[in-house]
Structures are given as structure tokens and as C-alpha cells.
Design a protein around this ligand. Structure first.
Ligand SMILES: [Zn+2]
Length: 257
């Protein structure tokens, strides 16, 4: 089997039962350490509800990711820059980021925009792209990377790291065997390979946050962001930035939405 990322040789390393009905076959690439499910036949069924119904962490995750995004983007970019949330789902993160004061837009061909209507991305270039809990859903990660990099050359995303060279046992909840939506699993080696493939720099917090960027990155920047989140430095930034909550409402009222 060809690896979907580096085209190296991937070997069957695991089988598991998905959605209590299907047998998933997991392949691991010896070159870039990418692990993936080949041809998952259950995806249509798995996405009947795009945000899986057992995802009780959805709201909390949006809250803490928004705080980290605020800190990172305040440090790296200008306050009037445009940003895009790719695979933005219901639009909760976009709404929160706009409430904080950053100019975020929504993009998601598969999910209804509930919270960020009127702020759909129209295809223009942005300063940075976020993609949270998206990479593990991608069946073609390189194609998705290419799409995101067309919009912006800084990419901040989350996906839980797999320890390098390891095939976790089934107690690893990130397999998502109950819903079957997770089909791609990366280690730092894989993400570093992807960044170098696009001639970009890579930083990680060593857990689930990642930054791929054309910029030269401060070593450990995402660990610094995690620390700043712990001491609630984002509250200070919220005092400095002007929230878009009220001005967005005016925009929407003017549009007759
Ligand atoms: Zn590979």
C-alpha cells in the first residue's frame, strides 16, 4: 500500500471494529510514520451527523482553542489581518474569535454554518488558517494542505499526536471507533515531513497543537502559548482588542440577515 503522504510503503499494522459493524484496516508508513485507514466504507454513515453526537467536548474545546488562537495570533499577526477557520463546522470558533476582536471567516463544505452566518469565506487570501480537529478526518491530507495553503501560508491546527513509531492499542480513544470519523493519525515525524514537503517550518506543543508556517518560528512557541493560557494572559488581550460582537450585528442587520 502506498503511503498517502510520502508515497512510501505502508504496511497493515492493525485491525479494529468501527461503529460495531465494520473492520478498519490501519496502515503505517515506515518512512514518514503516517498511520491511516484505507478505504473506510462507513464514512457516509459516519457523517450523517457531521459533528459526532458523542462529542461532548465540542463546546469546551472551542473555548480553550479560541483562547490559544487569540494569544498566538495576537503575538504573530496584526489585529486587522484576516483569518480563516477551515473545516469550521457550526462556526462556533469563528463567532468566538470575532467576539474577541479578530477578523475570522468560516469555511466548511460539509456542515451548516449556525453561529457565523454572514462571515463565510469568499476565497480571498488570509494571513493565517486554523483547522481544529480536522486532520484526523482527512482522507487526503496533502490535498487538504494544498487547499489551506492556497488561502494562507500560516497554519495553526490541532490533532492529537500519536507517539512516533507506535501503533496505540485500542484503549487510545482517538481512534474514535464508536463514530468512525477518525482515519488519519500523525506523529511529530509525520507532521515534520509534511512541513518540509511544503518547504515550511513546524512547531508543536508535543501534544495536540501544531503550527506550520513560512515564518521562522520561535522554538517552543506553542508551549509558551499553553503557559500564557494557564495564567489567563488572553484576558488582557481581550481588554486591548475591540470586540466585533456589536459591529457584526450592525453588518448583519444592514445585510437584512
Ligand atoms: Zn509516508
Amino acid at each position: 500500500m502506498d503511503c498517502k503522504i510520502c508515497l512510501g510503503r505502508a504496511k497493515l499494522v492493525k485491525k479494529a471494529t468501527v461503529r460495531n459493524a465494520y473492520t478498519a484496516e490501519y496502515y503505517l508508513c515506515a518512512n514518514c510514520d503516517f498511520m491511516f485507514v484505507e478505504n473506510p466504507s462507513w464514512l457516509e454513515e459516519a457523517y450523517q451527523s457531521p459533528i459526532n453526537t458523542t462529542d461532548t467536548g465540542y463546546v469546551m474545546r472551542n473555548m480553550y482553542l479560541s483562547r490559544k488562537t487569540l494569544l498566538l495570533f495576537y503575538i504573530l499577526f496584526k489585529k486587522d489581518d484576516h483569518f480563516l477557520d477551515y473545516a469550521a463546522g457550526y462556526g462556533m470558533l469563528v463567532r468566538i474569535m470575532r467576539d474577541y476582536g479578530l477578523n475570522f471567516f468560516w469555511h466548511d463544505p460539509h456542515t451548516q454554518n449556525l453561529f457565523a452566518q454572514g462571515f463565510e469565506h469568499k476565497g480571498e487570501k488570509v494571513k493565517a488558517v486554523t483547522c481544529f480537529e480536522g486532520f484526523e478526518h482527512f482522507s487526503e491530507p496533502i490535498k487538504e494542505m494544498e487547499k489551506m495553503l492556497l488561502y494562507g501560508e500560516n497554519l495553526f491546527f490541532s490533532t492529537r499526536l500519536r507517539p512516533a513509531g507506535i501503533v496505540p492499542d485500542e484503549s487510545w480513544e482517538y481512534y474514535g471507533l464508536n463514530h468512525g470519523q477518525h482515519i488519519s493519525f500523525y506523529s511529530t515525524k509525520t507532521l515534520d515531513f509534511i512541513a518540509r514537503k511544503f518547504n515550511l517550518n513546524y512547531e508543536t506543543d508535543g501534544n495536540n497543537l501544531h503550527l506550520i508556517s513560512k515564518r521562522k518560528l520561535t522554538s517552543g512557541i506553542l508551549k509558551i502559548i499553553n503557559f500564557l493560557t494557564k495564567i489567563q494572559a488572553d484576558l488582557l488581550i481581550r481588554k486591548i482588542l475591540k470586540s466585533r460582537t456589536t459591529s457584526d450585528q450592525k453588518i448583519l442587520l444592514n445585510q437584512g440577515l
